[in-house]
Design a binder for this molecule. Structure first.
Ligand SMILES: NC(=O)c1ccc[n+]([C@@H]2O[C@H](COP(=O)([O-])OP(=O)(O)OC[C@H]3O[C@@H](n4cnc5c(N)ncnc54)[C@H](O)[C@@H]3O)[C@@H](O)[C@H]2O)c1
Length: 399
């Protein structure tokens, strides 16, 4: 996919805190719905083994296939943590695709599966900027060890300061203790030498959104880290399949699209490239859950899921404005009250940057070749006039 600007996800940073808080307690919600499950589901519904998949039973499976048992235990533990029983087939974890036994065709593959699923304890992060330090914070707060590398000590120091500041805000809101902060910060090591990444079982690339730069970084990391290590990219717009192809481990490469600000936003889009293996996908979904996020599985496609839906909606709001259907204020008010969005699409466009919205639509138009993605002429007009939104103090609205 051609390069697109990256900001659409950053709009999330500007959502009111109430909204952000509302996104977090997912587990509680799930637990509540589970406690009301019918007795039949608890006692009689089929478990994982009986869900129509050709899974060998634990007793009869050959020794090399015992990873099934391991997967079952891990999932059971996660389900129990969320207040479910193993037999509650409605739980989302039960809906996840099981890795096929056929995935494990060689001892090497099987060893890799076990390693990647069960033993990610250190996460390497490339880039200490907005997203890199946010991911580092979320991982460290969840008890994982983190190594975060950037191109200068200044950048890593800035990233660490940002994490400390974010922890301080959580302490002020009584969501964290000083001791938690100290412990989490102690789990983060930083530096400018990629050798630091040698201890990681998962490396997440969160460097500047530039295709050539990312390809170079990923090739370097691929040569450096062990064969079992999973590589992930937090790119907003570059094809995961394309990045994966630059490495010698396309099956162990995946997209992990976090949202900004990472510590507050619950979602991670887990994006499978063409050759991403089931084992890699499962390990990364599981890791996302360990850091308190809710993953959704996405096939590699321009804009993934959220931006693919969000930016065309903004573009449509410009069409509605251009046709004089309603004023900007009424369009935003209508979408806020009528669809329960925290901010209207035109105000959101001003936050993201009108140039970014335009560039994303242009990428969709080019990649899909479908006229439904044509940018609204009014959007083009505003961008041509330099009305880029809040950053130029004038977009749809004046600031
Ligand atoms: N900002 C967002 O809202 C957002 C949301 C989702 C995804 N993303 C994606 O996350 C990635 C990072 O975005 P960001 O907003 O954090 O950018 P940023 O500019 O804040 O940070 C990028 C960091 O990468 C570092 N870097 C550059 N080259 C490097 C190298 N060779 N090795 C190590 N570090 C290097 C830079 O010094 C900088 O600190 C991008 O791919 C972006 O598309 C951004």
């Amino acid at each position: 996919m051609a390069q697109a600007a990256t900001a659409p996800t950053s709009m999330a940073a500007n959502r009111p805190p109430t909204r952000l808080r509302a996104a977090a307690p997912q587990t509680k919600k799930t637990r509540a719905s589970c406690s009301a499950r019918p007795a039949q589901a608890a006692g009689e519904s089929p478990g994982i083994a009986d869900r129509g998949k050709s899974r060998p039973s634990c007793k009869t499976a050959p020794a090399w296939c015992r990873h099934w048992t391991g997967v079952g235990r891990l999932r059971d533990a996660r389900i129990r943590q969320a207040g479910h029983t193993r037999h509650h087939a409605a739980h989302p974890i039960m809906q996840q695709s099981q890795p096929a036994a056929a995935d494990c065709t060689s001892p090497f593959e099987r060893t890799r599966f076990m390693t990647s699923t069960a033993s990610i304890q250190t996460v390497g992060i490339i880039g200490a900027g907005t997203m890199g330090n946010g991911i580092a914070q979320a991982c460290a707060a969840a008890g994982l060890d983190v190594v975060m590398v950037d191109i200068s000590e200044q950048a890593t120091a800035k990233g660490l300061a940002s994490i400390a500041g974010s922890f301080d805000r959580l302490i002020k809101k009584d969501k964290l203790t000083e001791a938690d902060k100290t412990a989490a910060l102690a789990r983060i090591r930083t530096g400018i030498d990629y050798a630091l990444l040698d201890t990681a079982q998962l490396v997440i690339e969160a460097a500047t959104e530039n295709l050539a730069l990312k390809l170079k970084i990923l090739q370097q990391v691929d040569e450096r880290v062990g064969p079992d290590v999973i590589l992930a990219s937090n790119t907003s717009s570059i094809s995961i399949t394309r990045l994966a192809a630059a490495t010698g481990r396309a099956d162990r490469f995946i997209g992990m699209h976090f949202f900004n600000p990472v510590p507050m936003m619950a979602l991670v889009e887990v994006i499978r490239g063409l050759q991403t293996s089931d084992a890699t996908h499962d390990a990364v979904r599981s890791l996302a859950e360990r850091v308190g996020k809710t993953p959704i599985s996405v096939r590699n496609a321009p804009g993934f899921v959220v931006n693919r839906i969000l930016v065309p909606m903004i573009n449509e709001a410009f069409f509605v404005l251009a046709e004089g259907v309603a004023t900007a204020e009424d369009i935003d008010e209508g979408m806020k009250l009528g669809t329960n969005q925290p901010i209207g699409p035109l105000a959101l466009a001003d936050l993201i940057g009108l140039d970014v919205c335009l560039s994303v639509m242009e990428v969709y138009l080019e990649e899909f070749g479908d006229s439904k993605y044509r940018p609204c002429p009014l959007l083009r007009e505003y961008v041509a006039a330099g009305r880029l939104g809040r950053k130029t103090r004038h977009g749809v609205y004046s600031y």
